[in-house]
Each structure stands twice: as C-alpha cells, then as structure tokens.
Ligand binder design. Sequence first.
Ligand code: NAD
Length: 290
Amino acid sequence: MLILLSDAFDPGLPGKLKKFGEVTDNKTRVPEAEVILIRSKTKVTKEYIDGAPNLKLVIRGGVGLDNVDLVYAKEKGITVHNTAAASSIAVAELAFTLMISITNHLAKADKSMHAGKWLKKELKRTELYLKTLGIIGMGRIGTELAKRSIAFGMKVVAYDPYVKSSDFADLKPTMKDVFKISDYVSLHLPLTEETKGLINSETLKDFKDGAYLINTGRGKTIVEEDVAEALKSGKLKAFGNDVWYSDPPENTVLIDAPNVTMLPHLGASTNENLLRIGNIIEELIADYVK
Ligand code: NAD
C-alpha cells in the first residue's frame, strides 16, 4: 500500500505510518497511491481523482472539506475522512488572538516601533471586558472561542440555525439579532452554498457602527470588496483575517484597506494540533487496514 503525504504534516508522521506500507511525499506518485493525506493546499478535484486510479482513502488533516469533490469521490468508492475535532483549540486560540490583537493595535504598534515612531497618543486601546461577542457558526471552534471569551468577562451571543442549545452562548434566532448587538463578530463557518458571501454590503448594514470582524473560518464567506469599503467608511473599526479566497491571496483588496491584520492561514498550525492530527490519521489508517 502506498501512502502519499501531499501536504505538510507533523515531521514524525511518516515514521508512524511506515508500519502500514510505503510512505512518500512525492506527488508524481498520485497514480499509485491508495491513501492520500491532504490539508488545505491539495485540491482533490474530479481531474485529480481521475488521475488516481488506485485511490481508496483520502484523509484531510483538518476540518474544511471544501477542497475535496465529495460527490465524485463517493461515486468512485473513495472514502473521505477529516480530523474534525483536532483543530478546535488551535483555531479558537487564534481567533481570540486576533480579537485581542486588533483591539490593542498590536500589529500597528509593533510596525511603528520598528519604524522609529512613538504612537503612544494615537493608539487608543479598548477592553474586551463587558463587550459582546457574536459568533456565527456555533460548532466546535465557536464553542471553544465562547469559553475563552467568557473567561475575559465578555457576553457571548451566537447564530447557528443547526444548533439548538449551547451552554456557552445565548443563541439568537437570526443573524441580524447577533449583528445589531455585537461589538465583535467572529466567523466560524464552513464554506457552503449557504455561507458563500454571507458577509456583504447588505448584511454589514446590520452591524453596530465601529464593530470588529474576525474571520478564521473560510475566506469566501465574506465579500472582500464590501468588507474593505466598511473598513474605509469606519462601519467596521478593524478586521482580523486568517483565511482567503486562495492560499496565498491574489490581488486581494484587503491589502490596501485600513485596520486589517492579515495572517497566512495559521489557524491549524500549532505543533500540538499537527501531533493530534497525526494521531487521528494513524487511527483512521489502522481502521482502514483492518
Ligand atoms: P463545526 O462543523 O463544528 O462548526 C461549524 C458550524 O457552522 C456548525 O455548527 C454549523 O451548524 C454552522 N453553520 C453551517 N451553516 C451555517 C449558517 N448558514 N449560518 C450559521 N451557522 C452555520 O466546524 P468547526 O470545527 O467549528 O470548524 C468551522 C470552520 O472553521 C470549518 O468548516 C473550516 O472552514 C474552518 N477552519 C479553519 C481553520 C483555519 O486554519 N483557519 C482550521 C480549521 C477549520
């Protein structure tokens, strides 16, 4: 059995998988591979699947499966798994980091110090304490973020039409109910037909003036042009973003928009998460072999 590591994983993973067969990271060997391990970079499209006649199992280290043609994989009898629970803490901590960072101007302050400027008067911080956080998508990551925000004395509300109750957020019946009272809005959505472009010029009208937006879900759930306009007009005070239309982004208008903190899709990239992902992959392959 040939196991192909098509994206970046914990360096110890090939050693753990050797007991199941040959392990390679040579992408030219896709046609021979029975198991392919991916993260977000490899796109398992119809064409990719057609070029992999021996493929039986795809494991996506991480959560989002929007880079896999699930319908065609099923048609071809290929099993697809993710490692859904592994990344929740890593991404929730990053969303929280962005929330603190944009509120306290960390990126701007650091850049200005490196440029020899002293912006003590200009940079006014804001506290998270007693502010309202609105979470859109109250799943695993949204829940972990809610727990951390409650510890900081924030009030947490959320919108998720598929979640009926939560111990950590006051669930609201509509997105508008969340937007109109939230000082911070954090997106934790999968990319689906329903969530594509969800944050746009119309929905932004429902936000509080001067709200903060954070996105560690999927880039295409926002309309970048509309978010950039909202930042220019001051409707949004700042935007903390980890996810893009493509990795890396090409010609994003957010580069020139004010008060944006941009990260290169780091949500899942903790050493601990990569180890957890590796352990789950080992279990999934052991089950497959059985
Ligand atoms: P999850 O499935 O536990 O939670 C997603 C939630 O979104 C679900 O509860 C679902 O009901 C809800 N949802 C779906 N459609 C909705 C809609 N239209 N409106 C409101 N809520 C809706 O998944 P998770 O583990 O919390 O991950 C969430 C997303 O985070 C993933 O789908 C992935 O896109 C993204 N992610 C990003 C990174 C990163 O590196 N930045 C890493 C892992 C995951």
